[in-house]
Design a protein around this ligand. Structure first.
Ligand code: FAD
Length: 488
């Protein structure tokens, strides 16, 4: 077994070795049967056995240029980790990922790998790219089963205090990185439990809530304190409104704003306020977060009926269609205004949804919702689209085709059209600079906002993005906050 200081086992492969490696067939990544998996919320991927994982790792060509590492926002040394796994050093491989990633078991499950590391994998040009995400979660899950969640040592206390607003991936990583450096960290979170969208958004069939619970427990062991049910910008603590300025008055030396971008976007078409039309977050949270982890007003269960239409084409839409199946809906349709080629989310999750029985209606968009005598939506009237010139996103603009209206009978419609940033903190914080859409302006090299001592990263800065980017931002901001505190 290697320890962390062992030399990286990455050796440039010879031409002969590369040829041999190219002959190794891609291993089958086992999943639960679609008919069975829609009966519950468990993760759909089955455990890999060690031999399969090693064989898959041995397909890695150990490319000296490491395109997979370059494509990873955290620059994980994937080839070195796979060399260790291939040699049977599973814990060494896990630690290799941990050298650069504070959340490998989470990114291994959630990253859009085909757009990042796997998309850059040279194997993908000739055959199937290496199953990098599955191997990352395999080695780190194995390590956690053998050793528990590795808890880093904290440096001696510095006497400095940092408030983190928001317990999503960005806030959690800042908290971990600063607690490791000996600072006192208190995380303020609006929901009853920490985790952000990892808990209150992304369903259990993509990531088990247990993984998030264990991560939080590790952070608490490291000394991080969580204050939950605390909405910064509105709530009061000890008779003082929780604002950025009051947090400084309470003795914090620096503040990280990791409040995300989770305000759902509406369509603005007639009938949108009918009963049975529900925003994606509302749908996902009420359907797959246990009621004991929710405020009372969120506890009403979702009963979607037989026919569910989900409007949108990203990861959130895929999570909604698959959740609808697990809630018992018989006909679930994803309605998207462009074609599959322009869909923004992960192709892997789209395939998982199709395998589970989701239907896709492309090049169509709702123009009106019609209800019954009880004010409940029953019909989604749509119009067909064709692709036009590229718009600001670079994708072809969907152009309505006159006279092409058609109706979809529905019992529930879920709007998964995207998210924007909530402005509560921005409006409560004088001098905090933001873009027109509410995302915070930062120095990308440090995460520093326009207010001295206030840093940010993740979706609050980028708008809706990916977990791995929030983690990467948080690492940058934590290093800069540490530096700021030491200079202070
Ligand atoms: C349904 C869904 C599915 C997704 N699937 C994937 C996926 O498969 N892979 C992937 O990489 N990404 C996915 N994403 C995106 C990913 O979840 C986000 O990019 C990521 O969580 C952003 O992290 P964050 O820490 O910036 O924000 P968040 O995770 O949103 O965390 C922000 C936290 O701040 C809290 N907060 C907000 N305002 C306040 C306030 N005023 N006071 C106190 N606390 C506050 C929130 O309650 C929240 O807990 C998905 C997003 C959604 C909505």
């Amino acid at each position: 077994m290697s320890d962390d200081n062992s030399p990286t086992e990455k050796k440039p492969t010879s031409a002969v070795d590369r040829k041999e490696r190219l002959k190794i067939p891609p291993q089958v990544i086992p999943k639960r049967d679609p008919k069975e998996r829609i009966k519950n919320w468990d993760e759909i991927y089955l455990d890999l056995d060690i031999e399969t994982a090693q064989r898959e790792a041995s397909r890695c060509l150990q490319c000296p240029a490491a395109p997979c590492t370059k494509a990873c926002p955290l620059h994980n040394d994937i080839a070195a980790a796979f060399a260790l796994l291939e040699q049977g050093d599973i814990i060494g491989a896990a630690n290799k990922f941990r050298e650069t990633s504070p959340m490998p078991e989470i990114c291994g499950r959630l990253c859009p790998h085909e757009q990042l590391c796997e998309g850059a994998c040279v194997l993908g040009k000739k055959a199937k790219a290496g199953a990098i995400g599955r191997l990352e979660s395999f080695v780190t899950d194995y390590q956690r089963r053998q050793q528990g969640w590795p808890t880093p040592d904290a440096a001696p206390p510095t006497g400095r205090k940092v408030a983190v607003v928001g317990a999503g991936p960005a806030g959690l990583v800042v908290a971990e990185e600063l607690a490791k450096r000996g600072h006192t960290v208190v995380v303020y979170e609006a929901w009853p439990l920490p985790g952000g969208l990892l808990r209150y958004g992304i369903p259990g069939f993509k990531i088990s809530k247990r993984v998030i619970d264990d991560k939080i427990r590790m952070l608490e062991k490291l000394g991080v304190t969580f204050v939950t049910n605390a909405l910064v910008g509105r709530d009061r603590v000890a008779d003082k409104k929780l604002t950025v300025d009051n947090l400084f008055d309470m003795g914090y030396d620096a503040i990280f704003l990791g409040y995300g971008a989770a305000q759902g976007v509406k369509m603005g078409v007639p009938g949108e306020d009918l009963d049975g039309i529900i925003m994606a977050t509302d749908f996902l949270v009420r359907s797959n977060v246990p009621p004991e982890h929710l405020p009372p007003e969120w506890c009403r269960p979702v009963e979607p009926g037989d026919r569910v239409a989900v409007v949108g084409g990203g990861d959130t839409a895929m999570d909604c269609v698959r959740s609808a199946l697990r809630l018992g809906a018989r006909e679930v349709t994803c309605v998207y205004r462009r074609t599959e080629a322009e869909m923004p989310g992960s192709a892997r999750e789209r395939h998982n949804a199709a395998d589970e029985g989701v239907q896709f209606t492309y090049l169509a968009a709702p123009i009106e919702f019609l209800g019954d005598e009880h004010n409940h939506v029953r019909t989604m009237r749509c119009q067909r689209m064709q692709l036009g010139e590229p718009d600001a996103s670079g994708r072809p603009r969907p152009v309505p085709i006159p006279g092409s209206e058609f109706d979809i009978p529905v019992d529930t419609v879920v709007l998964a059209l995207g998210y924007r940033v909530e402005r509560l903190i921005l409006e409560a914080t004088p001098g905090l600079e933001a873009n027109k859409n509410g995302t915070l302006v930062i120095d990308p090299a440090t995460g520093a906002t326009s207010r001295p001592g206030v840093f940010s990263g993740g979706d609050a800065v980028r708008g809706p993005d990916y977990v791995v980017d929030a983690v990467a931002d948080a690492k940058v901001a934590a290093a800069a906050i540490d530096e700021y505190l030491r200079r202070k």
